[in-house]
Design a protein. Structure first.
Length: 122
């Protein structure tokens, strides 16, 4: 039996008050906006802890980038490319202190890791 026929059978089986209630409910349903589809919740994504790699005393900026990439393998390096390349370019062009540049690179990686944790609900 199709749904229209089923609804008609139910309607005719009701007394006058029931029919009025069913019509009022049907009118209510026809005026409301349709609900968005239910999207099943994704299971939480486990984000690994950063690997603890000691920072060498005389580390170059290139070596620091490699170390940070190994420390934070879970990060999308493309998202940090603009900020990291600006720091490296400034260092090359203006001769900024490499220790300060490496400190800033470490902050960029740590901030992106924090954002990743927040985006996964941790």
């Amino acid at each position: 039996m199709n749904s229209e026929q089923q609804l008609l059978d139910l309607f005719t089986g009701l007394d006058e008050d029931g029919q009025s209630s069913l019509l009022a409910f049907a009118e209510f349903l026809s005026t409301r906006k349709s609900a968005p589809p239910v999207v099943p919740a994704r299971p939480p994504v486990a984000v690994p802890e950063p690997e603890k790699i000691e920072r060498p005393a005389d580390e170059s900026i290139v070596a620091a980038l490699k170390r940070l990439a190994k420390t934070y393998p879970m990060l999308d390096k493309g998202e940090m490319l603009g900020a990291t390349s600006d720091l490296v370019a400034t260092h090359v062009m203006q001769g900024t202190d490499p220790v300060q540049v490496i400190d800033q690179l470490e902050m960029i990686f740590a901030e992106h890791y924090s954002k990743l944790l927040k985006s996964t609900g941790r």
